[in-house]
Design a protein around this ligand. Structure first.
Ligand SMILES: *Cc1c(COP(=O)(O)O)cnc(C)c1O
Length: 386
């Protein structure tokens, strides 16, 4: 049977950005916020953020998170965040000299649980230097409570790595938020540049500081005025990014269409009545995979086995959750029962733009098969009713 790969990254092609590279050849500026980079940032603001706020590119989102945390944090010891995230979130905090403090996620949307976050912040008080929520798997998480936190003096950096293209009522996620919102343009994300990223904020001054910090904190001169590093996007990266912008509306539509096909088929498969569940996303996510939870560990294993037999590649994000990584296992934490449940039962299905309907049928077929009660249970219940 033909393999269904979990992911097949696909960037725009050379022909799409060759004219921009020719422009770069003529201008002979290759980095340091060149004309292509400036044009890209301008278009992001005008076309995706309604002209509101400011944005600065970075060469990847991990450095974007580090710079954002570094520029926005207040004195204190902890970066409060979920454990159900990619390792880059707690690593960025550690690079800023902070300790991750892990808080559980909610059972529906899998973002920081508001009640448990409140408890953690009450408990930590002034020791909470920054809060770093993750917009899990690309959901348009509700940022209003985080705007309140910002107003109360608790700085917020949103790990929105997979969220470029995520919208609610046509509004791009993050637009208008006064903390920092960090997007990734890694080859595996919905907006793929290869390596790259963007930090957005409604606060233009914050973005100005971040831009300086991403260039050694030089402000016109050659003296470092703060804790900077080099996180600039090259003009080659900006050329790919500009071409990606042109192709992006169609590719986001394609991802959203695949998501609808999946949910329709999963609904019809009976799996969602048998204890399997999808993440409840707000808005429309530009998904890079489709996250699902199994009712229990034996069901999860059944799906993994059936998928392997049918040559379908699945992955388990984020397993293990960060609090179980050797690098973070000593970090302080609150109750993480939902995170542990996700760690045990979450499975991600493939969702990339060239996935065919036939492949989606096969993937959902495997889930439906795994959702059928195993033979031993069927015969047992048969015996009882007989
Ligand atoms: C992809 C990702 C990152 C890292 O982005 P890079 O651009 O590869 O550095 C960080 N956090 C989350 C949640 C991600 O999914």
């Amino acid at each position: 049977m033909e393999k269904v790969p979990f992911l097949r990254p696909k960037l725009v092609e050379l022909a799409d950005y060759a004219p921009l590279l020719a422009e770069m050849d003529r201008v002979r500026q290759y980095t340091n916020f060149g004309p292509l980079n400036t044009r890209f940032e301008r278009r992001i603001l005008d076309e995706w953020m309604g002209g509101e706020g400011a944005a600065t590119t970075v060469c990847n989102a991990t450095l974007g998170l580090m710079l954002a945390i570094s520029e926005i944090k207040r004195p204190g010891r902890y970066a409060v965040m979920p454990s159900f995230t990619f390792a880059a979130t707690p690593l960025a905090a550690q690079w800023c000299g902070l300790e991750p403090y892990f808080v559980d996620v909610d059972p529906q949307e899998w973002v920081l649980d508001p009640r448990k976050l409140r408890q953690a912040l009450d408990h930590l008080g002034k020791d909470a230097a920054v809060v770093v929520p993750y917009a899990t798997c690309g959901t348009h998480m509700d940022l209003r409570p985080y705007e309140d936190l910002m107003r109360s003096g608790v700085p917020v950096v949103v790990d929105a790595a997979p969220c470029f293209g995520t919208s609610l009522d046509g509004r791009q996620f993050g637009r208008g938020f006064s903390g920092a919102v960090v997007f990734s343009f890694h080859a595996t994300k919905a907006f793929p540049v290869g390596e790259g990223g963007l930090v957005y904020s409604a606060d233009q001054n914050l973005i100005r500081r971040m831009k300086l910090a991403s260039n050694y904190w030089f402000d016109g001169g050659r003296e470092s005025l703060g804790l900077g590093l080099n996180a600039k996007l090259s003009e080659i990266g900006a050329a790919v990014a500009l071409a990606t912008l042109d192709a992006f509306p169609a590719s986001v539509d394609r991802r959203k269409q695949i998501y609808r096909t999946y949910t329709r088929l999963l609904d019809a498969s009976g799996a969602l009545d048998a204890g399997w569940a999808l993440q409840c996303v707000r808005g429309e996510a530009a998904y890079q995979w489709l996250p699902l939870i199994a009712p229990d560990v034996p069901s999860r294993d059944r799906l993994l086995r059936i998928a392997a037999e049918r040559n379908i590649e699945l992955r388990r994000y984020f397993v293990p959750p960060c609090h179980e990584h050797p690098q973070f296992q000593d970090a302080s934490r609150g109750d993480l029962s939902m995170t542990d449940r996700l760690g045990d039962t979450a499975i991600s299905l493939p969702l990339w733009e060239d996935l065919t309907d036939e492949m989606i049928f096969r993937v959902v077929g495997a889930v439906a098969e795994a959702a059928r009660a195993p033979a031993s249970q069927q015969s047992a219940s048969g015996t009882v009713s007989a």
